[in-house]
Design a protein around this ligand. Structure first.
Ligand SMILES: NC(=O)c1ccc[n+]([C@@H]2O[C@H](COP(=O)([O-])OP(=O)(O)OC[C@H]3O[C@@H](n4cnc5c(N)ncnc54)[C@H](OP(=O)(O)O)[C@@H]3O)[C@@H](O)[C@H]2O)c1
Length: 303
């Protein structure tokens, strides 16, 4: 049986991967994350704490588990926090990746790294895997440095860039969709920009893509993103409509009205043709993804 090591299992994507992998028989899976404990305290899941910043811990876990594939869904993902906590962001997003590279090289494992649309400057949108990155903020710079470390390492790798992930999870960092829902349900006004355009990605679509890449042994860079472009304002409005919430609470603003610490790329829509043709992926449209989110929130409330 092939062995699969997942890093960042407490995060939004990591949790979804754990749920999809739980109970299957193709891989022996070891979930890991920064925290002492796993959000899913159940015998279905094997979990070990692993801080990627600790070289010797990464090395000894990888050499004892001997994974065939490592999926790195861990990292510092709060864009504004990364801007002001540069050393910490670098440690998680670059040094941690370097530790995984060294460990993967020793056991001959393949590394699947999750990266971001924020490696691009957002001047043109419709980015392909061949387009030249030019990150505007520190988070994007760390993620690109992580990509570059992998690309020059000589190990077998795939890099998956994704965009504005949304979905539900247990104690996950609040993603845009959950933030919109929480506020609108409480009757709170929110301000959403109509000039930052992206392709919001439903987390299960990304998780399917990651596992497809693992299964097919694909290498190189892949863009995996939602099939529809939208501004944050449009995304919030679609959420309000699907959940029958009051859309008049959503105020339409421009990026210049916000004082975000990190500069945002304005248009990071992605061309996902490679993932569609090589992996057979068909990502959800906004309305489909929001409907799936509604369903999963409904199910988790019942359980
Ligand atoms: N969210 C987005 O909109 C978005 C967009 C584009 C790309 N991405 C990329 O997609 C990937 C997954 O994102 P996500 O939203 O699922 O992230 P997330 O929910 O923020 O989860 C990241 C996880 O990384 C773990 N982590 C942080 N530092 C660590 C360290 N030093 N060692 C080990 N684990 C560490 C944390 O673990 P604990 O909880 O255990 O502390 C956290 O659960 C990331 O690479 C991100 O850059 C995300």
């Amino acid at each position: 049986m092939r062995r699969l090591l997942v890093c960042g299992s407490n995060g939004l994507l990591g949790q979804r991967l754990a749920l999809m992998l739980g109970g299957q028989t193709e891989y022996e899976v070891l979930n890991t994350s920064h925290h002492r404990s796993f959000v899913f305290d159940h015998q279905l899941f094997d979990y070990t704490q692993l801080d990627l910043r600790r070289a010797s811990d990464v090395k000894s876990l990888v050499s004892s588990f001997q994974p065939d594939v490592i999926i790195n869904a861990a990292g510092a993902t709060n864009v504004d926090w990364c801007e002001t906590h540069r050393e910490d962001a670098w440690a998680a997003n670059v040094v941690g990746v370097e530790h995984l590279i060294d460990a993967a090289r020793k056991v001959g494992a393949r590394l699947i790294q999750i990266s971001t649309d924020y490696v691009f400057d957002g001047k043109t949108g419709n980015y392909t895997e061949e387009d030249r990155p030019n990150p505007l903020n520190y988070y994007g710079k760390t993620k690109l440095a992580g990509e570059n470390a992998i690309r020059i390492s000589g190990i077998t790798y795939s890099i998956i860039r994704t965009v504005v992930l949304y979905g539900s999870g247990y104690r996950v960092k609040k993603n845009f969709a959950l933030w919109v829902l929480e506020n609108l349900k409480q009757g709170e006004r929110i301000r959403c920009v109509d000039d930052q355009i992206s392709s919001p990605t439903y987390v299960s679509d990304l998780a399917h893509g990651v596992l497809k890449i693992a299964e097919l042994g694909k290498t190189g860079i892949y863009h995996i993103a939602g099939s529809e472009a939208a501004s944050r304002y449009e995304f919030a409005s679609r959420i309000a409509a699907a959940f029958e919430l009051d859309s008049s609470l959503i105020e339409r603003i421009r990026t210049s009205d916000l004082s975000q610490r990190a500069v945002r790329p304005m248009n990071t829509t992605m061309i996902t043709l490679k993932a569609e043709t090589e992996l057979g992926l068909k990502a959800s449209s906004l309305d489909q993804g929001i409907a799936l989110l509604k369903q999963e929130l409904h199910t988790s409330r019942k359980n």
